[in-house]
Design a protein around this ligand. Sequence first.
Ligand SMILES: Nc1ncnc2c1ncn2[C@@H]1O[C@H](COP(=O)(O)OP(=O)(O)O)[C@@H](O)[C@H]1O
Ligand SMILES: Cc1cn([C@H]2C[C@H](O)[C@@H](COP(=O)(O)OP(=O)(O)O)O2)c(=O)[nH]c1=O
Length: 225
Amino acid sequence: MTDKQFFVAFEGLDGAGKSTVFEALGPLLKNRIKNKLVLVDKKYPPAFSSYTDNHIATIRSILWEYPKGAPMDELGDMHWLYLLAAWFHVIDNTQIKPALVEGHSVIMESWCYKYLVRYRLKADYMYEAMLTAFYSLTRPSPVIYIDVDPKIAAERKTSYGFSESGGMDGLKGSSKSDFIAYQNTLREIYLDLAAQNGWMIIKADHKSIDFIAHEVMESLSDFGI
Ligand SMILES: Nc1ncnc2c1ncn2[C@@H]1O[C@H](COP(=O)(O)OP(=O)(O)O)[C@@H](O)[C@H]1O
Ligand SMILES: Cc1cn([C@H]2C[C@H](O)[C@@H](COP(=O)(O)OP(=O)(O)O)O2)c(=O)[nH]c1=O
């Protein structure tokens, strides 16, 4: 048992297995730590107040419940940047910061780096603007990067979304091969970020969820968790 306080978050490509490993890890971690553990799903955080819950439901519907085929690129990359920043700041303010102040530990199913990776492909000033907008967000440590070959992630999916296939970066088409090509580009950027920031990398190709979850638990011991 450990009483170390932590904030850890998963990162990885679309279909890497973040949500699934997050669900498997929760019960394993709860048995290992003395503090209360707060589990936060990026899109569906635990209830807060009715005002805030309504507010975030509105932002969520814009960010994630958009109609299939919506021409999201019409609105512009800077618009989406600030909406994404608004989302992560509300999660930080209402979930992560208060939990840490209370002495609890937090595990996030995924954090904001996926969008930094996507914005790395855009003009430099946009990437810089996103870094600035995200600057004061609480930083997880460690970040657990679930690394999969995009071909394997693609096999798990039945459809390939517009933004998952590079639609927001001017790429046309959302076939399996479009998804794989875009995700391969993102993976290189992700792996650079992982190396620069000392993220924990879990190689997940051809491994069961149970196996991956136990590997994550072993690696977390190296961080005293
Ligand atoms: N290691 C794995 N082996 C087999 N299937 C997996 C594995 N990891 C995830 N999956 C399946 O792949 C799909 C995508 O996983 P998910 O956790 O939703 O990915 P993410 O949250 O990273 O987008 C789900 O249907 C999940 O059951
Ligand atoms: C401009 C831009 C916006 N976004 C925004 C639009 C979407 O509403 C939002 C969420 O992306 P989406 O791929 O729909 O979901 P997920 O977060 O599960 O991967 O991010 C990008 O993902 N990429 C971009 O290049």
